[in-house]
Write a protein that binds this ligand. Structure first.
Ligand code: KOT
Length: 812
């Protein structure tokens, strides 16, 4: 796709000041002298939004553009805060800081006023946000389509070590970034029945009508010349009572009565990462935002005076996992029932337009909808899915596999259940209905081909491809780590922000002691800053000279926070046994939310908190070991932790983490990785070299073999005294003397089930951790490795991912 630049110059400093003060006076009824930090935040945000809106007119929405417009359909956009990034992108950061200073206000206090836009759970939603940023930076015309949830991901607090959920009222008084576009409201149907009209055609008569109201957020490139938009649909505005008791027990659905009343649909984000629960409201949410988005696309296409037959030439749909897969039958319905096309033409357009990204191999995360449930809510769509399946099985499938029933059953969109109902496999529907299917890291894409969809890979050679994930260097380096950004600017120039391969120029500097000192110095300041935050949030004093060992991601058994915990306990025991030995001081930092209904994950959080309390108060350790669990992990917290991390924990069971993107953010900022050969760790290891990463644990094949032969965690427990002692201390109440049974469930699960084989990798993990400790004691060696991590991870920019999508997925 070609690049295009607008000629418009952006706002000068004086006009910026005038506009800002105008917003203060007119929108907020205040003045620079009286304005609070929150007023300043709002006024600044409105000012920048206006600059972007002006620029938007000249960017991707250009009506005469020839390029294919990318529509990124995602249930989640985990945007975080927007002001700091926007100031940086528009080159107004210093101007704003100086102006505020003249009124005695600190820009950092103003930035802290912003509530994170947490409209996502974790990796999948954050990836969508990074991709929006990179689409703008690649000057690719694009719209992100999603849901304007009134409540984002719950806020997490700890009470006595337990996770408690609080509602995330992120835009109680509106959000300055969002512009409502009521004139582009669309109407969609739900429920109802099918009728035959006088021409003998099938017609859907919905019994419910819903309105989708679009709210737009501008997405500027670095420099601000190119602007795309994120369009989030709201179903209706109104009072919305949530039953918090039920919500906290994991029954978030039941907590929302009036299931299909308009305002419930965009009410709350489902807090599940990797384990969707097949509930009606979720399916309605999926249909709601997908149908609104398709109507929007078709309306724009027609407004440009283009014929329906050329829809696929002008628009590419990217389905972020199967959550928007209902787009496939919905597009068929629109093209046939509303636009009068015949099946074959509609199918050709649908298959040309749709592209599907798979983000997980976990069987429980592969979406399936009961056909009877889907048929009740969307009767026409069930008919169309049945027809797609019929045509597929009797056409391509029969030609390829004849009457091989085993394969036919496997590739069918429908899975027959014993109780007579059928489940619709959204992944199969997505593969059949898409032009390209991609995994998110080389290893993962290989497994998608070999294990998940081998039959489809044989049937459709070249359809299944890999696009390795990436992260935006604007947010995850330039903005979150200003100290390192300045150091880079001084040494390799400033172009790395939009051309991250420039980081390679650091390679020779890894041999310069002066540069290593400067790098270490930046890190030390970042660690001091994080130490202050830890003091404030956790009331724990930590030493910035200690090794900061960081695991930040959703809490899930496959991500194995429990393995990290076992290592911490073993270190604790070692320090108590040999108090005079020269131990490397460590601070273990956790950040993680557990899905409210995920019992074991919540018990692991409790265990970490309880163990932290004992260790942090044990004076025998001389402050050489600290464990902190920062509450309410979210994008803005990640931005403070990542620049201060020495060690990045990427310790999932091989084969289960599709990619990971925290691994990229931490590595780019110069943390060394301790990790398994899983997801993008494999490519990170190739990029940085074996000497600059700590790889441990069983490979995908070894894990499979162990599973095959029958995994027995108890064997590892019995035969490894260090491991046994760690687990016994969880069992016997050492960390919780007033309630000795409290942590037993975690210990028992590890000994008797251990679904993700933490015990099998424990010894190898511990050895790798010993190497980490030894290396950290040699600062020159450590910082050289750290610099080489930053130097060699430029390929993990989401700008590169988007270029790959443009070439391998949306292109020819
Ligand atoms: C959630 C529900 C259903 C299907 C997939 C998910 C999912 C997967 N949510 N987040 N992911 C993560 O996506 C990231 C971006 O591709 C990956 O880096 C990460 O490994 C996935 O776990």
């Amino acid at each position: 796709m070609s690049k295009k630049k607008s000629e418009t110059t952006l706002m000068d400093n004086n006009s910026f000041t005038v506009e800002l003060e105008k917003h203060l006076r007119r929108e907020l009824g205040t003045s620079p002298k009286r304005a609070t930090a929150h007023d300043w935040w709002q006024a600044l945000s409105l000012t920048l939004r206006d600059i972007n809106l002006d620029q938007l007119q000249q960017s991707g929405l250009d009506e005469n553009q020839e390029e294919r417009h990318v529509c990124y359909l995602s249930m989640e956009f985990l945007m975080g805060r927007l002001l700091g990034d926007a100031l940086m992108n528009l080159g107004l950061y210093e101007t704003a800081a100086t102006l505020l200073q003249s009124y005695g206000v600190r820009l950092s206090d103003v930035l802290d006023q912003e509530r994170d836009m947490s409209l996502g759970n974790g990796g999948l939603g954050r990836l969508a946000a990074c991709f929006m940023d990179s689409l703008a930076n690649r000057n690719i015309p694009a719209t992100g389509y999603g849901i304007n949830y009134r409540y984002g991901l719950f806020r997490q607090v700890f009470v006595d070590g337990y996770q408690k959920e609080k509602p995330d009222v992120w835009r109680e008084f509106g959000s300055p970034w969002e512009t409502c576009r009521p004139s582009e409201t669309v109407e969609i149907g739900l429920f109802g029945h099918m009728e035959m009209d006088h021409d003998g055609n099938n017609r859907w008569v919905p019994s419910k009508k819903l309105f989708g109201v679009p709210w737009d957020i501008t997405i500027p490139s670095f420099g601000g010349q190119y602007v795309n938009r994120l369009r989030l649909w709201e179903s209706l505005v109104g009072a919305y009572p949530i039953d918090l008791d039920k919500y906290n027990q994991g029954e978030y659905l039941e907590a929302c009565r009036n299931l299909v009343d308009g305002d419930t649909i965009s009410g709350v984000l489902y807090p599940e990462d990797s384990t969707p629960q097949g509930k009606d409201l979720r399916l309605i949410q999926q249909y709601f935002f997908t149908a609104c988005s398709l109507k929007d696309i078709i309306r724009q296409h027609k407004q440009r005076g283009l014929p329906m037959g050329s829809l696929a030439k002008h628009y590419a749909l990217q389905l972020n996992d199967t959550h928007p897969a209902i787009a496939i039958p919905e597009l068929m319905r629109l093209l046939m029932d509303e636009e009068g096309m015949v099946w074959n033409q509609a199918w050709a357009i649908t298959q040309e337009m749709c592209h599907y990204t798979n983000h997980t191999l976990l069987p429980e995360a592969l979406e399936k909808w009961s056909a009877s449930l889907l048929g009740r809510i969307l009767p026409r769509h069930l008919q169309i899915i049945e027809m797609i399946n019929y045509v597929f099985l009797n056409g391509e499938a029969k030609e390829q596999w004849g009457d091989n029933l085993e394969i036919i059953q496997k590739v069918s969109i429908f899975e027959e259940l014993d109780n007579g109902d059928r489940m619709i496999r959204m992944a199969n529907l997505s593969v059949i209905g898409s032009r390209r299917v991609n995994g998110v890291a080389a290893l993962h894409s290989g497994l998608v081909k070999a294990n998940l969809f081998p039959e489809f890979d044989a049937l459709y050679p070249g359809k299944l491809v890999n696009v390795t994930n990436g992260v935006t260097p604007r947010r995850w380096l330039a903005h979150c780590n200003p100290g390192l950004a300045r150091l880079l600017d001084r040494n390799i120039g400033t172009d790395w922000r939009t051309d991250l391969d420039q980081l390679e120029k650091l390679t020779p500097l890894a041999e310069s002691p002066d540069f290593l000192d400067a790098f270490a110095n930046v890190r030390f300041k970042n660690k001091e800053r994080l130490a202050r935050l830890i003091e404030k949030e956790c009331k724990v004093t930590v030493n910035p000279n200690a090794l900061f060992d960081v695991q930040i991601k959703r809490l899930h058994e496959y991500k194995r926070q429990q393995l990290n915990l076992l290592h911490i306990i073993s270190l604790y025991h070692e320090m108590l046994d040999n108090p005079d030995a020269d131990h490397t001081p460590r601070v273990f930092v956790f950040g993680a939310k557990a899905a409210p209904g995920y019992v074991l994950a919540k018990q692991i959080i409790l265990a970490i908190n309880k163990i932290a309390q004992v260790i942090n108060n044990d004076r025998r350790l001389d402050d050489r070991l600290k464990v902190v669990f920062l509450p309410d992990y979210r994008v803005s917290l990640a931005e403070q932790i990542i620049p201060a991390a020495d060690l990045s924990e990427q310790i999932s069971t091989a084969g289960f983490e599709a990619s990971g993107t925290g691994n990229m953010k931490l590595g780019l900022n110069g943390a060394l990785t301790i990790g398994t050969l899983d997801g993008a760790n494999v490519e990170i290891a190739e990029a940085v070299g074996d000497d600059n990463i700590f790889i441990f644990g069983k490979t995908v094949d070894e894990i499979a073999a162990l599973q095959q032969q029958g995994y027995n965690p108890y064997h590892y427990y019995e035969s490894n005294p260090v491991l046994k002692r760690a687990i016994d201390s969880l069992m016997n109440g050492s960390f919780c003397q007033h309630k000795p049974d409290l942590l037993k469930p975690v210990a028992e699960d590890l000994m008797h089930r251990d679904q993700f084989m933490a015990l099998a990798d424990f010894e190898s993990y511990r050895e790798a951790q010993q190497k980490v400790s030894e290396t950290f004691r040699k600062p020159r060696l450590w910082w050289r490795k750290a610099v080489l991590n930053t130097a060699r991870l430029g390929g993990f920019s989401s700008d590169r991912s988007i270029a790959d999508y443009a070439e391998k997925v949306w292109g020819e």
